[in-house]
Structure formats: structure tokens, C-alpha cells
Design a protein around this ligand. Structure first.
Ligand code: AKG
Length: 292
């Protein structure tokens, strides 16, 4: 029996990569303006699969930004780390920058490093489009998790409990950290702090998902410190259960496009055990204020 692996639902092929999250899209050339129906179909696939993967799309910075513009409003690079010279919408993610960031810090918990982009901003991004340029021969995979599936899989009493809660998100120099590293000096200049619902309603699908970004979330408002810590750890652990996740092996020219409103992701740490270079570029699309 031959399985239909790439059902063509319109002008594109959508190949799911796991049950709950991730699909590879084929049949598009992202270096050129997309037809309106392709934009609509890709957007539908994004809402359903949360992260889309494209292969063999060796875009320039300009083509990357033009691609993003067809789906939303590119923001300036990164609110703390800035942008590439002459390309204000391009944020560079390189091995060296990441290494500088984590120097001296230990990622000790299974969920450490998992994050939803810039949730300490009042209006976190709607989506991010990440483009791989220099990719290690092995290692350096990125993982995503579906936070709507994670919310749905909670027991009903726990869903009811977390539904009305709010949480504080912070992106600032951690207490006691060395404030003289380049990373922390930048962060000290532009700390971000805000409050969001713990469960957000997706503005396009109406789906509920956990808004828990382990890297940025500080505490749940109104709970005691211990209650907040225990509940957050339970939710973090639950939200990265393998069945909600997908893992992507990069190649030069690969693109990952994720809905930042219903996912979290994890950048790889394994490459720091090697000398491999890794260079990716991200364009980030502005989002709305999350509502519960
Ligand atoms: C991000 O763009 O927020 C990342 O975490 C980068 C992911 C990666 O380096 O694979």
C-alpha cells in the first residue's frame, strides 16, 4: 500500500513532521513574491501545524525580509541584540553570540532554554522566520513544542485553575550575574518587564494555549513564591513532553517559520561541544497584546 505523503491541498504540499506540530512545505519558491493563494495556504498551514519548514531556499537578506512582509510587519532585529548593519529587520544568530550569552551559566533544568520569543515585551512577536546559512555537519537541531496541545492535555480542573491566572515576564540581567559581559551590558540598557495571561486565546483561531516561556517568565501573579514555582515547574515539564514537540535538522537554505503565539522552542546547546560554525538569520514579525 502506498501512503499519500504529500497531499496537495491547493498550490502547496504540506507534509506533517509529527502528530501535533510541524509540517514541511513543498512546491513554493520563497525567493519570489508568492501568489495570494499561496500566502493564504501557507498561513492556514502555519495556524494548523504551528511551525513550517522549507528546504533549498537560499535567500538573500532582502528576499528574507520580503518573504516576511507578505505575512506581517517585520520588527527591528531584536529589541536587545539589535540587527545586521544595513538590514534593520535581520537579527543574526551565530554560534559566537550564543556562546557569549551562555558563558558561565548552567542550563540545569530540562526546560531551561525553552522560550517563546520576546514574551517580556508588551506585544510579543506574532511569528519568526529563521533561515539557516552555515550549518554544522551534525548537531545544532532546533526543537519546537505545541503549547495549545499542551494546554488541551492538562486535566480539566487544572485547565480551569490556570485559565484566569496572569504571569510576570522579565528579560533583564539575572540577579548576581556578571553585568560586564557584552550580553548583560546590552540587557541592562534595555530590560523588558511585562504581565500576560498564563493562558492566551489565539487571535486568529480562538484556540487556547499556555503562555509560559521558561526563559522569561518570573512568577504567577497572586500566588505565593512557592505555589508559583511548583505550578510553573509542573507546566514547564508538561509543555515539553516529547509528543508535543518536533525536532528540525537544518541544512543550508532551510527555513523555519513558526507561530510564536502557540509555540515555544529550544535552540541547540550541543554545538558548543564542537568547533562547528553555525549561522542563522531571523526576521521577526510584530504581534498583538496577548488576551486571555
Ligand atoms: C530564536 O530565534 O529565538 C532561537 O532560539 C534560535 C534557534 C536556533 O538557534 O536554532
Amino acid at each position: 500500500m502506498s501512503a499519500v505523503l504529500a497531499p496537495r491541498t491547493g498550490t502547496i504540499d504540506v507534509l506533517p513532521q509529527s502528530v501535533h506540530i510541524g509540517a514541511e512545505i513543498r512546491g513554493v519558491d520563497l525567493s519570489r513574491p508568492l501568489a495570494p493563494e499561496q500566502v493564504a495556504e501557507i498561513r492556514q498551514a502555519l495556524l494548523k501545524w504551528k511551525v513550517l519548514f522549507f528546504r533549498d531556499q537560499p535567500l538573500t537578506h532582502l528576499q528574507h525580509v520580503e518573504l516576511a512582509r507578505q505575512f506581517g510587519e517585520p520588527t527591528v532585529g531584536h529589541p536587545v541584540f539589535g540587527f545586521e548593519p544595513e538590514h534593520p529587520a535581520i537579527y543574526s544568530i551565530s554560534r559566537d553570540r550564543k556562546k557569549a550569552r551562555y558563558q558561565g551559566e548552567k542550563l540545569v533544568r530540562p526546560w531551561s532554554g525553552w522560550h517563546t520569543d520576546v514574551t517580556a515585551a508588551v506585544n510579543p512577536p506574532f511569528a519568526s522566520i529563521l533561515r539557516g546559512v552555515t550549518i554544522p555537519p551534525y548537531g545544532g537541531d532546533t526543537q519546537w513544542t505545541n503549547l495549545a496541545a499542551a494546554y488541551q492535555a492538562l486535566s480539566e480542573p487544572l485547565r480551569n485553575f490556570v485559565d484566569g491566572l496572569r504571569a510576570l515576564h522579565r528579560f533583564a540581567v539575572p540577579q548576581g550575574a556578571n553585568a560586564t559581559t557584552d550580553f548583560n551590558v546590552r540587557l541592562q540598557r534595555r530590560p523588558l518587564l511585562t504581565e500576560h495571561p498564563l493562558v492566551r486565546v489565539h487571535p486568529e483561531t480562538g484556540e487556547k494555549s499556555l503562555l509560559i516561556s521558561p526563559t522569561f517568565i518570573q512568577r504567577i501573579v497572586g500566588l505565593s513564591p512557592r505555589e508559583s514555582q511548583v505550578l510553573l515547574e509542573l507546566l514547564f515539564e508538561h509543555s515539553i513532553r516529547p509528543e508535543f514537540t518536533v525536532r528540525f535538522k537544518w541544512e543550508p537554505g532551510s527555513i523555519a517559520f513558526w507561530d510564536n503565539r502557540s509555540t515555544a522552542h529550544l535552540a541547540p546547546e550541543d554545538i558548543f561541544a564542537t568547533e562547528f560554525d553555525r549561522q542563522l538569520y531571523r526576521v521577526t514579525l510584530g504581534g498583538e497584546i496577548p488576551t486571555g
